[in-house]
Design a protein around this ligand. Sequence first.
Ligand SMILES: Cc1ncc(COP(=O)(O)O)c(C=O)c1O
Length: 431
Amino acid sequence: MSARMKIPAEGFVYSRAGRGSELRCERVPLTEIAARIGTPTFVYSKRAIEERVRRLRRLIPDCAIYFAAKACGNIHVLRLLGKAGCGADIVSGGELFRAGLAGISPKKIVFSGVGKTQGEILEALKAGIHLFNVESLGELLTIERIAYREGIKTKAALRINPNIHPKTHPHISTGLRGNKFGLSRGELEEVYRVIPRLRRVRVCGLSCHIGSQITSAEPLEQAWRKLLEETARAPFDATHLDLGGGLGISYAGEKTLSLERYASLIRRVFRGKNFALGIEPGRAILGPTAILLTSAVSVKKRGAGPRGASASSGRSFLVVDAAMNDLARPALYGAVHPIFAVERAARAHQKRFDVVGPVCESADAFESGALLAEPSPGSLFAISNCGAYAMSMSSQYNARPRAAEVLVEGARYRVIRERETYADLVERELL
Ligand SMILES: Cc1ncc(COP(=O)(O)O)c(C=O)c1O
């Protein structure tokens, strides 16, 4: 089956419309969302989100799920995930704030990240979070000092750096010795010497997170086995193990681990071991549950050059109204998010297009050689798998107001983040 025959995300389906077909999210035609809300707009399927969490919880019922809020921080999405049983993995005071607004209990929040400031540590202590995933001796001592000053007790897990290659893009690889994350063996020994002196922080576990968009079992298994080895060495009762996030999804047909295989790997590695387990998935839950709805702005045909043949033998650029400020992944990592036409005529003649955004960077390109029917201005497209690291990484680059976000539930939908306006662009610039 060609990529064009597939759907751009879970919860989306082509249904018959006139002589062709049109894409819907659950029961809502995307043409309707475009007409009412405009484009570019992120469209999430509530059913797909809930279904992915349900699947994961059914597969590993005893494992806590801390959704990595960096993947998608919209408070309505976080609230949905919280109701579905997830906690949150946060990496900033801002994410703590978002999780709080979404009603996620602080008891279900773990605080990761390599540069927690004193202010953020204080906020997390006051909120009463479940635990800190500690990245350095200095950080552990800072938490102890602030907790002592405030008369608060807390817990910590030590994030190990297992020096394992996650076989993913170097920018999202975090578990190698050369990466800034986690504690090396030598650093762990230093921390171990200090633990007996801590009065306010109870070190109760270990954690790791070796990278994102990991598509095979081996690196995860190796990292988790290193965690287990470390529990045997650690001079404290390691009752909590946080296995991190990192599970990849299939963006353009690449093979990856299903939720089922991922869960069975966890069950196999930790069978018979008596730990409180947690995972921090972001992409694997949200990635395949949303699309970025965009419209064609223009088609730009380029001839093959002075000695070349006709324009049709050159390139055709389809310029859409979404750009790298809305979806940075292709520009940042060379990520591929195949594009789907929202309306498809029966037996339409298709051609190859390079789909690009309007931002003044050549990196602002979404798909090269997409096979599409000739679009006209206003033709609608769905950029696939945009639930994770899409809106949360967006910016206002080129003075482009951020896109709207819409959550679909059955035949209804609601705006969960309004489209920004020009006034929003200058809001903080004291006029
Ligand atoms: C500490 C930590 N946990 C979890 C995640 C989530 O990763 P993913 O979305 O790949 O599951 C990240 C992402 O970078 C992270 O840094």
